[in-house]
Every structure is written in C-alpha cells, then in structure tokens.
Write a new protein. Sequence first.
Length: 427
Amino acid sequence: MVISEKKNPLVGSMTVPGDKSISHRSVMLAALANGTTTIEGFLTGEDCLSTIDAFRKMGIQINQSGTCVTVHGKGMYGLQQAIEPINLGNSGTTTRLLLGILAGTPHHYCLYGDESLSVRPMDRVTIPLTEMGATFDGNDQGRLLPLSVRGRKLQAIEYTLPVNSAQVKSAILLAGLFAKGTTKVIEPVQTRDHTERLLKAFGATVNKTGDTIAIEGNQTLHGIHIEVPGDLSSAAFFLCAAAMKQDSNITMKDIGLNPTRTGVIDVLQRMGATIEVHVTRYIGDEPVGDIHVQGSRLHGITIDGEDIPRLIDELPIIALVASQAEGTTVIKDAEELRYKETDRIQAVVDTLSNMGVTIKGTKDGMVITGQTTLLRGGEYDSYKDHRIGMMIAIASLCTNEAITLTNHECINISYPTFFTDFNELAQ
Ligand code: S3P
C-alpha cells in the first residue's frame, strides 16, 4: 500500500472502534454467565473475532451483526468439548485468558495460532495454572503453541506476577473462578484492570487490597448488557499524530479512560502537548469521555517504571512522537515489548533508523534523539504487527516522500477502519 505524504494538520472529531481488551473479556465472561449478554460497540477486529470463533467451537451460541453481539451463556460449566483444534490467529489476549478458563473445565482442548503467536511465551500462564492443577503439553516443553490443555478441579493459589502482565493476571483470576478456595494475585505494578471491573459487572465478587486481588471460587456470573467504549490504544495513534503535527486540532470522542490505560495522555502532557480530557459518563465501572489535543511544541522525557503497563501498546507511536520532539526521550523497563506481536523494540528501532531517526535500542527500551523533522519515505514493512503498521502510516505526516507499507493487512487485527479514519482527519 502506498501512503502519500500528508502535509495538512489533523482536524476534526471522531470516535474509534471498540476497546479490544474489553471486547475480548465481554465475550469470555458472557459465555460463562447464566443467560444472555448483549454487547454494543464490539470491536470487529480479527483478534476479537478469534475469541468469538473459539467460543462457538466450544458450543456457545453467539450472534454477531456488525458491532452488536449477543452471547447465549451456558454457565460456568457449559463449555463443550471442541471436536477440532482451536485456531486463535494472532491473538495473545484470547490465548492467555482462554487458557485460564479452560484450565477449570472438565475437557481437553488443543490450541494453535499463526506464526507470530506460535513464538510468544505461554509458560507465563501455564506455570501458575499448572500449580492450580491443570495439565498442559505443547511445543518447546509446553512453553509455546500448539498447546493442549486438560482442565481439572483446580486449587486456589497465591501468586506474585513475575511480569507486569494483565493477561497473566486475568488468566489466573479466571481460573480462580473455578478453583476451590480463594485465589490471590499480587501485582507489584498495577496493570489494566478490565477483568476485575467486568467480573464485578457480571455479578462476581473480586476484592482488591493494596496490590493483592482476591477471587473466591465457585461463583456464578449473570448475563448483562455491555457498551464497549472506543479503544484508547487505537485513538492514541491520532492523539500522538495531532500532538506532533503543527496546527492540528482534534477531539477523540467516547473513548475509554480507565486510569490503568491512560499513560499515553499523561506522557503527551509531560512532553508539552496541549491536551484536555473530559469524562462524560461511566459505562458500568469504566470512565468514558472525550480527549482534545492540539499540535504542540514537544520535548523529550523519560518513560519508565509504573508508566509502562499504562501505555505498553502505545510505545511504538510514542517513539515516533519522540523523534519529532526537542531533546532526548528515554524509554526503560519495557522489555515486555520484545514479546508482543513482534519484537517491538527491534521493529521500532530498525524502522525509525531507516527513516533517518537517531534511535538506539536497549535491552528494555530505547533512546530517541528528537527533532528529526523530515523523515525518509520509501518502503517499510509492518512486521505483520498492527501497531508497527499504524506507526509507519502516521509517519507519513513527517515526510515529503511517499511511504510504501508492506503487510498492511495486519492493521485489521485491532483497527479495521484505520485508513478511512486517518484520511478523514488528515485531509
Ligand atoms: C492486554 C494486555 C497487554 C497488551 C495487550 C492486551 C489485555 O498485554 O499488550 O495488547 O487485554 O489484557 P500484557 O498484559 O501481556 O502486557
């Protein structure tokens, strides 16, 4: 795909498709609930469709019409034995959360995924789930897909997260729903808490004290109505684009503003962007609102520690913003980026250096020297990673040459209407 250089600032207001994390969890909890759940604003990106597909293969009736989804839940033990292996495509969230659920079922399932998913570490969930009683077998001594999981009667555990991962936390909490006793997850650094919030919305009791989240086994969930807010991780591409492009002025409307996700807003503010946030309503327990940002003079900052889980998926686009800011930006404590859809440290460093940016990769982050105002066009590959693909597309605002993006289809994973929306804002 050829993306011509974009000279104009971003102007206008729009919303973005539904939140990916909430869409996945809505279907999963709905399948385990008694009764019907209706979901509005569901993200129809490929990852969330993988979740729907997986639950259909386990006998759950799910009707989808555009962004409206109806799930006919069958209760905690209603999943059926699948008659064939389940393909989870590119979706790490589906795989890890599903492993937590399947660990507590009385069945045997085989899971596999695409090339990228097949090299992403799964032992981060199979280790605690094995401790709870489930058994796994898979590639590379059970570390990788394809994986088979045999559910068992589970025992509660107390587990301190060795990586700051909401997926791992969620997998254990979901398994905890099936376990005898109280499962406790200790997260030294707060990660996104959509699972906890949604579990409560479905009628479960989840308690948080300090950094410990506790869930009792043998709970019952009840079907509900859910509205999914716009995905801040998708909106972030345009928020960042507008902040770095002079004279831009945009409002992203109806976006999820859960504080465990808003790191990108804080970072843009710290870099000097004029950015305002208005919480307009709550959908269930999730704050939702509008974000207004103007093109601004930006400067480099350090992004590390507790910042990281609050903006983990936004780091590629933040790195591009840093290339336009004055001074140096240092990103640390983000080794997790190496285990995403691709090694995002390597992908960002290679791509931005080919565009002419002074950028250095480190073990757990990158150092970007700013104010490379004119990037080099040419041919760039998405590494089949949606967030790298969108970063490359946004770079068309900072160049005088066309950009050819190869493997752009992966953007459908999280943001199927990305190019239409981008063209509308940057006419
Ligand atoms: C997600 C959590 C994050 C994030 C991913 C979605 C989730 O992964 O990168 O895109 O929905 O729980 P980790 O929890 O592994 O960091």
